[in-house]
Design a protein around this ligand. Structure first.
Ligand code: SF4
Length: 337
């Protein structure tokens, strides 16, 4: 664990590490720069009968063409509800687009850039999970496997239930086993372990974005800005979560900031969420962790335009994988209801 430091730092140094957001990304110049692409995307959406779903960590200009912005659970729910559109363009990472296909197999699901992966999803393969599960079943015959939704569909298909950061504790507490293999996020597994009496066996995976945030960085801001509220995502390390006023999923952060009496927040998650917060709650001040997810930022307006124009890149899944993943996702909804 890194030793926290409490020494105050100058506003300039603070800006280098944790930049307060201003209007420069959203001013007239930015609007003019993107106006033509945005207009073309809006036109093509109509022609193609397409809907754009965007994750909270997307670039702010993507929010302008999105029909819905949310966290992974909200996007999965939204994808399932799509009836009027033929095409779902998914502005997020690949496992999320797979989930859209799982919950709504009758629609064409497109992801604008196939390189939009995820370090967490890459941490576990179906083969490695099947092997570990078999080993652990020898020791814990009642073992159940819970998968954080940030994994591929073939991994989901091997699990008893999925969960999100918002319902992980609830799902683990509700599943009928005292021994749970939790994949792939070790930090979220640690957080769940602190909030359940069950035995959690974690996997050695992490989100490279959240895992790099340190207590020292958080403490610098806390000591420099009196009264600031720290809101952190459970994918962060345990020693970072210990400094938070609230540990929340990304969409819960938006609700918390809106409802809170405080007007200054340090948002300890991927930077894109701060963009959304600034756009939706402009009267409050948000300081961000300056940690970008390079996978999320691979989705651009150019890529989205190309995706709509050329109908690429289509996400498809073998039937048995789709069916297995659907079962694990539905179990999550039952257990967290
Ligand atoms: S922020 Fe982390 S968990 Fe989310 S897509 Fe990027 S690497 Fe994956």
């Amino acid at each position: 664990m890194n030793a926290p430091t409490h020494s105050p730092i100058s506003p300039r140094a603070l800006y280098d590490k944790l930049a307060p957001l201003d209007q420069s990304s959203y001013g007239l110049e930015a609007c003019e720069r993107y106006a033509e692409q945005i207009a073309q995307i809006l036109r093509l959406k109509e022609e193609r009968k397409a809907i754009v779903l965007a994750h909270n960590y997307q670039r702010p200009e993507i929010f302008e063409v999105a029909d819905f912005v949310g966290d992974s659970l909200e996007l999965a729910r939204k994808a399932k509800e799509v009836r009027d559109a033929d095409i779902i363009v998914f502005c997020g990472v690949h496992f999320m687009a797979e989930t859209a296909k799982v919950v709504n197999p009758g629609r064409t699901v497109l992801i604008p850039d196939l390189r939009a992966g995820c370090s967490l999803a890459d941490a576990v393969t179906a083969e490695a999970l099947a092997e570990r599960k078999a080993e652990l079943k020898q020791i814990y015959p009642d073992l159940k496997v819970v998968a954080y939704v940030n994994c591929t569909a073939d991994v989901k298909a091997l699990c008893d239930a999925c969960c999100t950061s918002a319902n992980a504790v609830k799902v683990v507490n509700a599943i009928d086993s005292e021994n749970v293999l939790f994949v792939p996020d070790q930090n979220l597994a640690n957080y769940v372990q602190e909030n359940t009496s069950k035995r959690i066996i974690s996997w050695d995976g992490n989100c490279y974005v959240h895992h790099q945030i340190t207590p020292a960085e958080v403490n610098k801001v806390k000591s420099s800005i009196p009264g600031i509220k720290v809101i952190a995502h459970p994918e962060c390390r345990k020693d970072v979560l210990a400094l938070a006023d609230a540990v929340l999923s990304t969409s819960a952060m938006v609700n918390y900031a809106r409802a809170s009496e405080a007007d200054k927040f340090l948002v300890v998650t991927e930077c894109g969420l701060s963009d959304r917060l600034l756009m939706e709650i402009p009267e409050k001040h948000f300081y961000k962790a300056c940690k970008l997810c390079r996978f999320m930022k691979m989705i651009t307006l150019d890529g989205t335009l190309d995706s709509l124009r050329n109908l690429r890149y289509e996400v498809n899944l073998p039937d048995e994988v789709r069916e297995g993943a659907r079962r694990a996702l539905e179990r999550m909804l039952e257990l967290s209801a």
